[in-house]
Ligand binder design. Structure first.
Ligand SMILES: *Cc1c(COP(=O)(O)O)cnc(C)c1O
Length: 360
């Protein structure tokens, strides 16, 4: 087999190797069933067992209370941007959005189609390089939406914002879900496209409180109602069976790493090393404000576009893939989600140091 390289992709992203190995073993036959994991009916006993295990593992790993449903939906986080206001925002009501990056803006834009939107805070003035310290909420928001990790700009909330009483807190956690312990009971709903921290693309994890599901608008098409998916255990239509299976394996892997506390410790160590190098570097500079830096996406520049480009092409040649920054920030971005190995961080730091001494 071709040797695997260091994959810094922002998503779909690197997966734990043990997960890929186990999946490979079950592609032609899931256990002793004689039928591959992708070939089992979603209504059959074998897949239902996979489904139940995956859900139970998500609940265990995430500490998800009994009064929350765990849904496995399709359409990515992007469909949640629309489903959320469709279900919970009415024309005369206002939803509050914390505008801290491009994904947050996209979520806000979808809400504007269905009701009023209030920006409780924004960091657009400095190209989303920081998380605002405070929020100015509207009088009685239908809900408050924030993006816990801003994948493109390399910023991350340290703790949840505190919405006004009674307003459900809704979070797009696509790029940092299960990267650290979280208190689900603070949220009305958390959602995440799987392709960064949970598994392959094609499934979206939605954790939603029962009373919120009940409040959802009833006259929407079936597929766009949380009620439909909750009532049918995410099997109103054919769910993304293979992706759900892989999410289950990733949950087992998280458990083997000490659960969310163990993963969090590892993530802090990984990002800590990289930021420490960049801090003392004379060539590379972190774009995110010190108190807002993401442990998942590390964004940095040299300040010289030609040198950035030279670095990216040298890095690719040396076996570091996916380091080119998003066009709205430029420079470089190292996406180092849960599954990114610590050895890859060490290798990158060695490479940064060598590049700096040759080109400084
Ligand atoms: C990647 C990403 C999205 C988009 O997810 P899709 O599954 O492609 O719709 C949304 N929000 C955040 C924070 C992301 O990182």
């Amino acid at each position: 087999m071709t040797q695997r390289i260091w994959n810094f992709s922002a998503g779909p992203a690197v997966m734990p190797e043990v997960v890929l190995e186990e999946a490979r073993m079950n592609l032609l036959s899931l256990g002793t069933t004689g039928i591959g994991i992708m070939e089992h009916s979603h209504r059959g006993k074998a897949f239902l067992k996979v489904y139940e295990e995956t859900e139970a593992l998500c609940r265990e790993v995430g500490g998800i209370p009994a009064n929350y449903k765990v849904l496995f939906l399709q359409g990515g986080a992007s469909l949640q941007f629309a489903m959320l206001p469709m279900n919970f925002l009415t024309e005369s009501a206002t939803a509050d959005y914390l505008v801290t990056g491009s994904w947050a803006e996209k979520a806000r834009d979808e809400a504007q189609r269905f009701g009023n939107v209030h920006a409780a805070c924004s960091s657009a003035d400095k190209n989303f390089s920081y998380i605002p310290a405070g929020c100015d909420y509207s009088a009685a928001p239908a809900y408050v939406h924030f993006t816990s990790n801003n994948t493109i700009f390399g910023t991350q909330f340290r703790t949840e914002p505190t919405p006004p009483t009674d307003a459900p807190l809704i979070c797009d956690a696509s790029s940092d879900i299960f990267s650290r312990p979280l208190d689900i009971s603070k949220y009305g709903m958390i959602y995440a496209g799987a392709q960064k921290n949970l598994g392959p693309s094609g499934v979206t994890l939605v954790i939603i409180r029962d009373d919120l599901i009940e409040r959802g608008r009833k006259d929407l098409p079936a597929m766009l109602r949380y009620q439909t998916h909750a009532k049918n255990d995410s099997m109103y239509n054919t769910p993304p069976t293979f992706a759900i299976y892989i999410v289950g394996l990733v949950m087992k892997w998280i458990k083997s790493q000490g659960g969310l506390p163990g993963i969090a410790e590892r993530n802090e160590r990984k990002a800590g090393k990289l930021y420490a190098y960049l801090e003392q570097s004379r060539m590379f500079h972190v774009t995110a404000a010190p108190d807002s830096r993401s442990l998942m996406n590390v964004t940095f520049v040299t300040g010289n576009e030609e040198l950035d480009a030279k670095f990216c092409s040298a890095a690719t040649k040396a076996g570091f893939d996916g380091l080119k920054g998003h066009r709205s920030v430029g420079g470089m971005r190292a996406s180092i989600y849960n599954a990114f190995p610590e050895a890859g961080i060490d290798a990158l730091i060695d490479f940064l140091r060598a590049f700096e001494s040759e080109n400084g």
